[in-house]
Design a protein around this ligand. Structure first.
Ligand code: FMN
Length: 212
């Protein structure tokens, strides 16, 4: 199919536990479609976006949330199974976590922000080590507290974590901390810099590569 100038075939693939990363992926898919791109939206737990071959997409955005310091196992399995295709595709990886909320909170004490920054970087480092994949670009994204979706014990544990992190302990509703403007700007940049032709995957050792 002949694409209009500027139009791209974009994959938005995600893995989620409580649904916020799905909301992020839905938002991105709708926004990119409105911009005129051809968007494929997929939950990697259900479907394999690379089933029909690696050349279907001009670029791919992947999003996965963090639980207990690790990204969703479905995203790790998907990436492990598709390292060759991923090496041929410009990619943006969104790491969705609560720790990033503290990093982005200007009112948070400096020591808490530093600790949160360390936790975010460590989770991403684990993801790179667990998968052997270095995305073209990586962006930590502040997630959400889905108190109404948690069972009693998880709600209690998250309330304790939230208190220590300086985010809301009001368990009567959910709280979204995602900065949509920052998210959109990052994805726009990934899409704008993705071009046709041969793609060179980044080759720096993971530890030496800064998160941008
Ligand atoms: C049981 C549990 C464990 C979590 N562990 C972490 C964690 O280790 N680090 C972190 O930054 N956020 C953690 N979070 C917060 C999630 O990353 C955040 O709620 C995110 O928005 C979840 O996205 P999802 O709804 O797409 O799964 C945890 C949340 C839950 C419920």
């Amino acid at each position: 199919m002949q694409l209009a100038p500027g139009m791209k075939r974009i994959l938005v693939a995600y893995a989620t536990r409580e649904g916020h990363t799905e909301a992020i992926a839905d938002h991105l898919a709708e926004r990119l479609s409105t911009q005129g791109h051809i968007v494929t939206l997929m939950n990697v737990a259900n479907l394999d976006p690379f089933e029909d071959g690696p050349n279907r997409f001009d670029c791919a955005i992947f999003a996965a949330s963090v639980h207990l310091g690790r990204h969703e196992p479905e995203m790790i399995s998907f990436v492990r199974a598709h390292l060759r295709e991923l090496a041929e595709t410009p990619t943006g990886f969104l790491s969705v976590s609560l720790a990033e909320t503290t990093v982005e909170d200007p009112a948070a004490p400096e020591d808490k922000r530093e600790k949160a920054k360390h936790d975010v970087a460590l989770a991403i480092q684990h993801f790179i080590e667990d998968t052997g994949w270095l995305p073209s670009r990586t962006k930590p994204i502040a997630g959400a507290l889905a108190y109404t979706k948690y069972g009693f014990i998880v709600r209690f544990a998250l309330k304790m974590i939230a208190r220590s992190a300086g985010v809301s302990t009001d368990t009567s509703c959910d709280h979204v901390y995602t900065n949509w403007r920052v998210l959109d700007a990052f994805v726009d940049d990934v899409v704008a810099t993705a071009h046709g032709g041969h793609y060179h995957a980044p080759s720096q050792p993971p530890a030496a590569r800064a998160v941008s």
